[in-house]
Design a binder for this molecule. Sequence first.
Ligand SMILES: [Fe+2]
Length: 308
Amino acid sequence: MTTAADTPGLTTTRAPFIEAAQAAGRLYIDQPYELYSDANHDVWHRLYGRMGERWARYANEKFLEGIRTLQLDPTKVPRLEDVNRFMAPLTGFRAKAVSGYVPAYRFFDCLRQREFPTTITIRDGEVLDYLPEPDIFHDIAGHVPMHTDKAFADTLVAFGECARAAAERVSGIADEHERLRVLTSVVKAMARFFWFTVEFGLMKGATPGELKVYGSGLLSSYGEIQHAIESPEVQRWPFQLEWVVNQGFEIDHYQPLLFVVDSFDHLFAEVIRLVEWVREGRLDHVAPGEPGISEADLVSFLEAAGHA
Ligand SMILES: [Fe+2]
């Protein structure tokens, strides 16, 4: 006899449904809502419940507005179709369920089409605090409320344009070795920009000296959201594009260095500069170091450039 405790559910790294989709090569999937176990819903409830007071203190106003708009049920894993019903009329963005990692070009190209690849599994209740891979709490509670804001949504679309510009940039390079070298540099720059803004960005608050969080890695972390704003160990600098694209980062500890934008209009202007820099070749030689760029990511760009 099976009991509730035996139900595999949709737990990160332990979901047979996801394993089957991956084995069949299916990246875009449905959200089989009935497979969530009571334990999965309980984890959502605990994660969501404890973030409320942290968001009220540290999150930027657009995020709080987004949370109110989405009307998520605090006690249950959200249905993507419910989320999309509230979000799509505002910015055209939709959460799109995926079975795992989306290679970089395809990920950015989804953003260009206002689709957000969304993980549907949820972390194990034993590891509420730290998880190296994204889960539905990170993707829906951390990212998606920001997608209800027009300037932020436009910024994501511009990332998609940036990926296209990168593919175009390398499509004309005949020498294979040079093509890969340039591509690695440009994708590294894009990954750093994404990391220090969409994932870990800070923004000026309403009063002088006040800082608020808009990065999803922070918005979905009970510990780091406070650390990012309060800790004297964190360096916080005004956003500088030439610095950000050359700045490495590590993903397995709290971030020691964060960048502050003035507003979402400012962020949008910076991503447009990023696209221009790709086209002008200014990202062809960024500083080496983290993050490493995987072969799957490079191949995804080469395919788009007609070279794979
Ligand atoms: Fe993320």
